[in-house]
Design a protein around this ligand. Structure first.
Ligand SMILES: [Zn+2]
Length: 504
């Protein structure tokens, strides 16, 4: 096994590595899970086998196989300005002016993981997060015009100094105003490091500087800096993963790449459109989502492919959102305050405009049956949960709720709606508290059993049951029951659900 194999296996958990002959490039493949579709994203075979792409330039010190950001010859030599280990004059060794951000506190807010092996997928069905790396560049303002025209939102992974464009916060250069415009128009701004180095070739100080220096520049421009980053070449070895956790960054990859950077000719860009179509045609916006990567440093990507993508995205019934949105992460978590504060994000996501429509969850205010709506959390015998304040699912035991314990296979469809899994709570009113018992019918006040109380110990390891409760734990407030337990013996203890519906 050559070092790169081990390296990729170590740093790209969740991906597999396609082994080719010893003299061929190696390519990583996306992990197949959930709604992920198998794509040519990482394989790169298209460009080699078909000979349609410009031969890639491999900088001598770079590992083979960083195909995710391999670029045509005319760009590769400029993607980073020079080798930072071979001269202090290299742009990557020039720290930007601005307030040092090193000592700013970095609390880890929200549910999206920090550091580690990173993020590949959106979580919200129907979302497509189109992202752009390596800019801003000469075409980026025009790209913003296009997104404004479509009412679409992008995420920009900003590189501080590359392509000999100078420092992004240089007041004599246009980049700061471009970045300010991104923010002002509701796009998300993320870090693609200061000078686009390969983290596998940096010492600890160099690696840290790649993040901190970009923070300094972005803070100088915006007054805040991002919590999302994408490693150049999609390479983030174990030390890098730890550093990102220390610095409070979400390591953001992607699950769809049209390889626009390889097809930057008018007669080649159709190949990228085909890759897009392979993924999107036949996909289901009610189930699927995509975290897509482009590069706004390529002419055909900006002036040709982007129109195609945005038109298709909306035509297929998807929403155009930022990475934070597609991960369900509130906008205030996308950034850290620096010399200024993080502004309120006031941009609404437009409804899909395509023809596709997903089955809608029953409006709780408009029950569809003539049955009475449950007022006490029970259901059955002419009483439905649909439209009740306790949740729309009626459990087989005759109780209304919104969690998987009431929905899915545990649901009685005659007296409510049955979602596949957890369904949204119709309001803020609490679900029925106390235990559910076998048989389940009857006045809930007469049921007996050990309802969780404050005397229980809050789980510190994620387990629950006995005298250990999930309520108030860092793992979520719900204590799950095993499937086998549910199926065979529905005498289960269901703790009240408060806050997020998360099975413990
Ligand atoms: Zn890049």
């Amino acid at each position: 096994m050559r070092w790169l194999d081990a390296f990729l296996l170590a740093v790209c958990a969740g991906q597999t590595v396609a082994h080719t002959g010893p003299d061929e490039s190696r390519h990583s493949l996306p992990r197949l899970a959930g709604s992920r579709r198998f794509l040519n994203t990482f394989s790169g075979k298209r460009r080699w086998q078909k000979g349609s792409g410009t031969p890639l330039v491999k900088e001598p010190e770079q590992p083979r196989g960083e195909a995710v950001e391999a670029v045509p010859k005319d760009i590769a030599v400029h993607l980073k300005d020079c080798q930072i280990n071979y001269g202090s004059g290299c742009d990557g060794n020039q720290k930007p002016d601005g307030v040092d951000t090193s000592d700013i506190e970095r609390p880890k807010l929200g549910d999206v993981r920090y550091g580690g092996v990173g993020i590949y997928d959106c979580v919200n069905p129907g979302d497509i997060a189109v992202t752009f790396d390596d800019g801003p560049y000469n075409y980026t303002n025009d790209l913003l015009d296009k997104f404004a025209e479509y009412g679409a939102k992008a995420t920009f992974f900003i590189t501080g100094t590359n392509l000999h464009k100078g420092k992004i916060n240089d007041p004599d250069l246009p980049w700061a105003s471009v970045i300010q415009r991104m923010a002002a128009e509701g796009h998300q701004i993320a870090s693609h490091t200061w000078s686009h180095e390969n983290f596998s070739q940096l010492d600890d100080t160099q690696a840290r500087n790649q993040l901190i220096w970009n923070e300094i520049a972005l803070n100088d421009i915006l007054g805040y800096f991002p919590t999302y980053m994408r490693p150049p070449y999609s390479i983030c070895p174990r030390d890098c993963q730890s550093l990102m956790a220390d610095l409070g960054y979400h390591v953001t990859y992607f699950d769809l790449d049209t390889e626009g950077y390889l097809n930057d000719e008018e007669d080649m860009i159709q190949t990228s459109k085909d890759i897009w179509d392979d993924a999107i045609d036949g996909s289901d916006p009610c189930k699927d989502s995509y975290l897509e990567i482009e590069h706004d440093i390529h002419y055909q990507t900006v002036y040709n492919l982007t129109d195609y993508i945005l038109q298709s995205l909306f035509d297929h019934g998807y929403r155009s959102v930022t990475v934070g949105q597609c991960l369900g992460d509130p906008p205030e978590n996308w950034y850290r305050a620096g010399s200024g504060s993080v502004p309120e994000y006031t941009f609404a996501v437009p409804d899909p405009t395509g023809t596709s429509s997903c089955p809608t969850i029953t409006d709780p205010s408009a029950p569809t049956s003539t049955m009475d709506v449950s007022e006490d959390g029970t259901c059955g015998d002419g009483v439905t949960c649909a439209g009740s304040s306790f949740g729309n699912c009626c459990s087989v035991n005759g109780w209304c709720g919104a969690s998987i314990d009431y929905c899915g296979q545990n649901c009685n469809p005659d007296f409510g709606d049955c979602a596949d899994g957890d369904s949204p709570l119709p309001g803020d009113e609490p679900l029925p508290s106390g235990p559910e018992t076998s048989g389940g019918s009857g006045d809930p006040s007469t049921t007996t059993g050990p309802a969780p109380t404050g005397s229980l110990q809050v789980s510190i390891e994620g387990n629950c049951g006995g005298d250990v409760t999930c309520e108030g734990s860092e793992f979520g407030n719900c204590c799950s029951v095993s499937v086998s337990h549910l199926a065979s013996a529905p005498t289960v203890l269901l703790y009240p659900i408060i806050g997020a519906i998360v099975l413990g």
